[in-house]
Design a protein around this ligand. Structure first.
Ligand code: F6P
Length: 540
């Protein structure tokens, strides 16, 4: 048993769970008219309502105690100070520095803020040139389209943010994304653009990701076939922590935007990885985006745990994962602007906390990061909500609502989110359904038979994050909330959020498979993989 599962705080939470599991949330609301004000909190433009959870004030007190006893405070300080908390790669995780307005932050005797600010200025100057049509393509035409070539953290951040902040675009530049290695994806993009007026951004922290580099090479060839070899230099820029590799690829030094080893890929939207966004929304809007995230950083460092939104989000998640054996978490943005948010959080959360080895190298004896997925509302309602309401186990949900423009459409959208959260909590009883069926003409026997299938258990928990409006500031804040939630969970699970060794094995095995696909059979494969390769080779 680890010290975590063997601690007094853990045992207290286990005992408390036995009492709570018997309670009905609806009763808790009926008994306490101030439950909403007790379990909700507004921070600037975001309201966080966590009252529809299987919690009482004792639950929160016990969870906060658990966090304190596990030194969460000192771990938060270590994160912001730039300690090498990514112990397997001996690096800090300093994404918070990228949105810190301070002029000094010394890490390993170096003031990293100087590099951060000069990188920002380089991006602002470059994007101004593109937007004002000073930057021209090889044939002298201004840029009309941007293509981001990147995957994972070098894709999802720009995808999410450019889509979410469409209304803040200062330009008619069109943004496209090539992430997958599948040529279908590449062709889909290439057929929409004109080589003469397109700027390609190769975004890769390592500049060695096979999907990104293969796509970049194919596009380079496509461009040079149309515009000649010399065209390359004006149509390609790179964002990377490996500038030598970008230089070797042929990108001029002045067109390489730096990243640093201490920025994790899935935490990199605050860095040069945001170049498509900056091209799109400009300097002031981007600075607002950083400010929103920084406001959450300040709150996260200063607020006591019982009033600290990311800490509460994390603790409530742990409550379900570790004390109710829940293995999933669903993200439900009721806003088309946040269409890509579930995907974004999925990578941030699962690549960070999908770990089962503790910081001291033992296999943990408790559950860690849940499977995270989601879909924008109302679409999700017509896909998987059936399972949220009547599935075998409950799945905690985060509803994310946006309060701007009170149009008829928006009322239905927000109303749907609210009614789904309510339905998950309230459920519908057998007696009520029988009565309704009888009132609408069924016999009592038929009503009782059908009602068995129509019972909705309810008591299914959710958080609601309500944004006053979709702005760069609020989006920055929303993303930072989830980043810190994930960090807090990693601290309390005693795992390293900032490495991703699990992703490496597949990358290591790929070359062997590729050699088999090219008829090199010098190595032996398992019969399943071999059988599948045989099928592939005999078709196509
Ligand atoms: O999928 C693993 C991963 O390493 C992610 O963490 C990262 O965001 C992505 O690949 C892309 O990596 P890079 O930016 O180095 O191309």
């Amino acid at each position: 048993m680890t010290t975590i599962t063997n601690s007094k705080q853990w045992h207290d939470l286990q005992a408390h769970q036995k009492q709570i599991a018997k309670l009905r949330m609806q009763d808790l609301f009926d008994e306490n008219p101030s439950r909403f004000s007790q379990f909700s909190q507004q921070l600037e433009n975001i309201l966080f309502d966590y009252s529809k959870n299987l919690i009482t004030s004792e639950t929160i007190a016990l969870l906060c105690d658990f966090a304190k006893k596990n030194n969460l405070n000192s771990k938060i300080e270590a994160l912001f100070r730039g300690d090498a908390i990514n112990i397997t790669e001996n690096r800090p995780a300093l994404h918070t520095a990228l949105r810190n307005p301070a002029s000094t932050l010394t890490v390993n005797n170096k003031n990293i803020m100087t590099d951060i600010h000069s990188s920002l200025n380089k991006m602002f100057e470059f994007s101004d040139k593109v937007r004002t049509k000073v930057w021209l393509g090889a044939t002298g035409k201004p840029i009309t389209d941007i293509v981001n070539i990147g995957i994972g953290g070098s894709h999802l951040g720009p995808l999410l943010t450019t889509h979410a902040l469409k209304d803040f675009s200062l330009t008619d530049l069109r943004c496209h994304f090539v992430s997958n290695i599948d040529l279908v994806h590449l062709h889909d993009v290439l057929e929409k653009i004109n080589a003469e007026t397109t700027l390609f951004i190769i975004s890769s922290k390592s500049f060695s990701t096979i999907e990104t580099l293969t796509n970049a090479n194919t596009i380079k060839e496509w461009l040079q076939n149309q515009l000649g070899n010399a065209s390359f230099a004006t149509h390609f820029v790179a964002v990377t922590a490996a500038p030598k590799k970008a230089l070797a690829f042929g990108i001029p030094e002045a067109q390489i935007f730096p990243l640093w080893e201490w920025v994790g890929g899935r935490y990199s939207i605050w860095s040069a990885v945001a170049l498509p966004l900056i091209l799109y929304i400009g300097k002031d809007n981007f600075l607002d985006f950083l400010k929103g995230a920084n406001a959450i950083d300040v709150h996260f460092q200063q607020a006591e745990f019982s009033k600290n939104i990311p800490v509460l989000m994390a603790l409530i998640g742990i409550w379900y994962v570790n004390f109710f054996d829940v293995t999933k978490h669903v993200i439900l943005p009721y806003a088309h602007t946040l269409n890509y948010f579930p995907l974004y959080v999925q990578q941030a959360d699962m690549e960070s906390n999908g770990k089962s080895i503790s910081l001291t190298g033992e296999t943990v004896d408790y559950a860690t990061g849940p499977a995270v997925w989601g879909e924008q509302g109302c679409n999700g309602q017509h896909a998987f909500f059936q399972s949220l309401h009547q599935g075998y186990t409950f799945i905690p949900a985060d509803f994310i609502l946006v309060a701007d423009q009170h149009s008829a459409h928006q009322n239905i959208l927000v109303g749907s989110g609210l009614s789904q959260a309510q339905a998950l909590m309230q459920g519908k009883s057998f007696t009520k359904i029988v009565n309704e069926l009888i009132t609408s003409g069924s016999s009592e026997a038929d009503a009782k038979k059908l009602a068995l299938h129509k019972v909705i258990p309810g008591n299914r928990p959710s958080n609601t994050l309500f944004l006053q409006s979709m702005t760069p500031y609020n989006l920055g804040a929303l993303i930072a909330l989830y980043e810190h939630k994930i960090f807090v969970q990693s601290v309390l699970w005693n795992i390293n959020s900032f490495d991703q060794w699990g992703v490496e094995l597949g990358k290591e095995l790929l070359p062997v498979i590729l050699s088999h696909l090219q008829n090199d059979t010098s190595t032996t494969l398992d019969s399943s993989t071999q059988g599948l390769i045989n099928f592939y080779k005999s078709h196509g």
